[in-house]
Design a protein around this ligand. Structure first.
Ligand SMILES: NC(=O)c1ccc[n+]([C@@H]2O[C@H](COP(=O)([O-])OP(=O)(O)OC[C@H]3O[C@@H](n4cnc5c(N)ncnc54)[C@H](O)[C@@H]3O)[C@@H](O)[C@H]2O)c1
Ligand SMILES: [Zn+2]
Length: 376
């Protein structure tokens, strides 16, 4: 326990962390440590009966992380098979979920089977959705292998696929039974993907935790370089923040929406620019600057704090300017975002580092200005 800096000071390689997500009978643990994939069967032992398990992963990860997960299950005498689906956001579709379901049906996996989602947020979201609807719902375990998935998408039970009209429009709430984040997986993650995960970490600082934000300001370069003793404590703190927000509002009736800071503009930019290969975390970085500027323009937030946010994102190697997209197109795309309440757009706006408010009264001209400014 203690402050984040104390935890970093006492951090040692091989140390494991456990964070509990308290949701009554849907409660579960997040395990963070080294080598968890290789002992996955042991980690998940309490969930596993005699039924076979299935590992679902992305094609490029199958021979590395997928095989390690299979071996980790078989070492604990769990009968397990693997299914690999095409990689990336463009494959986050109902069609891919349908293929996962075909695999489960073909192999007659019973209701007691457990699915293991080994991969980034795309795999986690799709496998979670498949688990939510196969036989009206079976258990699944998140085995996040990207930084973004470890600190954000694997926790909280939101599962989804994309629709051509917008991101994550089709999905369900279905909590995992366990999250096993193996820090050794991060070693092979491409640098750009790793940095995209830093965006959600910075987001958590802004919405809930000034101490985290200050530690990031202090240590963003070594964190970007994946310094081992920082990873455990930082990922743990992020899981604690996400868990606390989810516990307060599991199905996003209200307060959980603060996790969408940067996502109202970010999702629109992401879906318009994904053809050019923009990553989720990169789009969210741009969206956070946009939301920050709106907060400043509405006199909710001090301009110097917005500048601190922009400077930290840039030091993390993240973009803070939009690619050349028409402002009209971004506004139109936001209209399809499902976070609209009634016909108004909802924004998460900072009042201070560590505190945000939800507002659905952002004037249209001010929003258009903020998007225009993001191009500059
Ligand atoms: N459910 C939620 O609450 C939630 C929250 C945030 C984001 N998301 C979703 O998460 C998705 C983004 O997730 P992401 O950033 O993890 O992207 P991703 O799942 O596409 O993974 C990024 C890339 O890294 C590869 N990869 C994964 N682990 C690797 C490893 N250890 N070594 C080498 N390569 C590896 C993947 O195969 C992929 O090519 C988006 O679809 C977003 O909507 C969901
Ligand atoms: Zn996000």
């Amino acid at each position: 326990m203690g402050s984040l800096e104390e935890q970093i000071a006492h951090s040692a390689p091989g140390l494991s962390h456990v964070v509990r997500v308290g949701l009554g009978e849907r409660s579960y643990e997040i395990h963070i440590g080294e080598g968890l994939i290789d002992r996955l069967g042991e980690e998940a032992r309490p969930l596993l009966g005699k039924a076979p398990a299935a590992v679902v992963t992305a094609e490029p990860l199958a021979i590395s992380l997928g095989e390690r997960a299979l071996a980790g299950l078989r070492a604990a005498d769990v009968e397990a098979r693997m299914f690999a689906v095409p990689d990336g956001e463009s494959a986050k579709t109902l069609e891919t979920v349908s293929r996962i379901l075909d695999f489960l049906v073909e192999h007659r996996l019973p209701r007691q089977s457990v699915l293991f989602a080994v991969g980034g947020g795309v795999i986690g979201d799709m496998v979670g959705f498949a688990a939510a609807i196969y036989l009206r719902g079976i258990d699944y375990v998140q085995v996040p292998t990207t930084l973004l998935a470890m600190v954000d998408s694997s926790v909280g039970g939101k599962t989804a696929v994309n629709h051509s009209k917008g991101k994550n429009l089709i999905g369900a709430f279905h909590q995992p039974r366990l999250v096993a984040a193996d820090l050794t997986a991060l070693a092979s993650l491409p640098r750009r993907e790793y940095r995209a995960g830093l965006a959600e970490i910075i987001k958590h600082g802004v919405i809930r935790d000034a101490e985290l934000f200050e530690t990031l300001e202090e240590r963003i370069e070594p964190l970007a370089a994946r310094e081992a003793r920082l990873l455990g404590p930082i990922i743990r703190r992020n899981c604690e923040i996400k868990a606390a927000v989810v516990e307060s509002d599991e199905r996003e009736a209200g307060p959980r929406a603060i996790l969408n800071f940067g996502h109202t503009i970010g999702h629109a930019v992401e879906s318009l620019a994904s053809g050019s290969g923009m990553l989720h975390g990169e789009a969210i970085s741009i969206g956070m600057v946009g939301a920050g500027r709106i907060a400043v323009a509405m006199s909710l937030w001090a301009p110097q704090e917005c500048e601190r946010l922009r400077a930290l994102l840039e030091r993390a190697g993240l973009p803070t300017r939009m690619p050349p997209l028409a402002t009209e197109a971004v506004l139109a795309r936001m209209g399809h975002d499902k976070k609209i309440v009634g016909r108004t757009l909802r924004f998460v706006l900072p009042e201070a580092i560590g505190r945000v408010v939800l507002r659905d009264d952002v004037p249209a001209d001010l929003l258009a200005n903020a998007i225009e400014e993001l191009k500059g």
